[in-house]
Design a protein. Sequence first.
Length: 428
Amino acid sequence: MADREVEVVVRVADADVLVGRLWCHRRRGVESQTFRYTTEYLALPGAYELDPRLPLVEGAQQTPASRAIFGAFSDAAPDRWGRRLIGRAERRRVKREGGTARSFGEVDYLFGVRDDLRQGALRFRDPDTSQFLAPPETGVPSLLDLPVLLSAAERLERDEESEDELATLLRGGSSLGGARPKVHVLDDAGRIAIAKFPSPANDDWDIMRWEAVVLTLAHDAGIRVPGHKLHFIDGRSVLIVDRFDRAQSTRIGYVSALTMLDRADGDSGSYLEIADVIVRHSPSASQDLRELWRRIAFSVLISNFDDHLRNHGFLRTSTAGWSLSPAFDLNPDPRGADRYLSTAIDRDDAEARIDLVLDVAPEFRLTNPDALETLAQVHGAVSRWRTVARDLGAGDDELDLMAAAFEHDASSEAAERITAAARDDGRP
């Protein structure tokens, strides 16, 4: 593949600004990238580095030998679900037209995403035509289209989708990450949201209902979460989640913790490393540190073992730095025989234990009394899980199935610690 050059544009202080130029290379199947900031951007008040590997300096900067793409650009590209849709469309094209299937590289996925739906604030422009890449050809589906979208997603999972159904899913889903079926929709106020669907072939319980349950519990526990609403389509749960990288029509910069820690997919990390990022980059470091600790306690108590580095993020809500994004992709897992989080609580221990959570509290600027008070708030919210689940339609069998995610040794230990602290304070 010949080198491809694009202009990179980002939102800075309410204006789209040309940041630099990106060259994408592919030699014998090996991809790499070169990026150069513009002199004008480097001199701009409020300019910021797009990626830890892209400091604000003159001259060309290159991806390391082991990386095909810079992390910030990877965050703007589709993940497994979006790539699955794109790959399926290519196979259908070959079947229809003949020939050989194209080999997709990272750059093909990155630039194939609809410009209006791409995550974060990055945009990519053709330097010859000044046209943004992958402009929308059609509108975004609405909530009224949910039955059609759900049916299309289920048929795709069974390899039974029609050309029209695949086109419908591609229209709103090719930019999305994660493995689960999902698609963009416009909510009742005309704002972009994400519809997350069940996966009958892979789900052992009602994943969407229980994500709605724990998002509600997280909010009650003092954790910032995106707006969300559970819909029921022919008895199946569909979760609508607001895009938190949009403020009306304004794009907000986003990077994952994976990018901020300069890691690649599959790499692990620790909450203390994420805390270090907060200290260096957040304009509200103490607030973000304390909320991150609250999220650790919450993940332990709900058995959220999918807290890998891509499931933590940062938003560029001002020119002052990167703030912790709302929590997302929170999922309770009752299969907790080996209770380990995906992200280590301290530098190298990921075991989901309350004593470990309390041990690291000082690193998050919490005194022991503050930590115990926060733990009591989180535990109190999580203890209402049965009530919240029933309010969202869960029956007794489902509650019994999911009980192990909420009622376990760590939950008992938290209750004991909270009771002991209250007794020491002289409270009844």
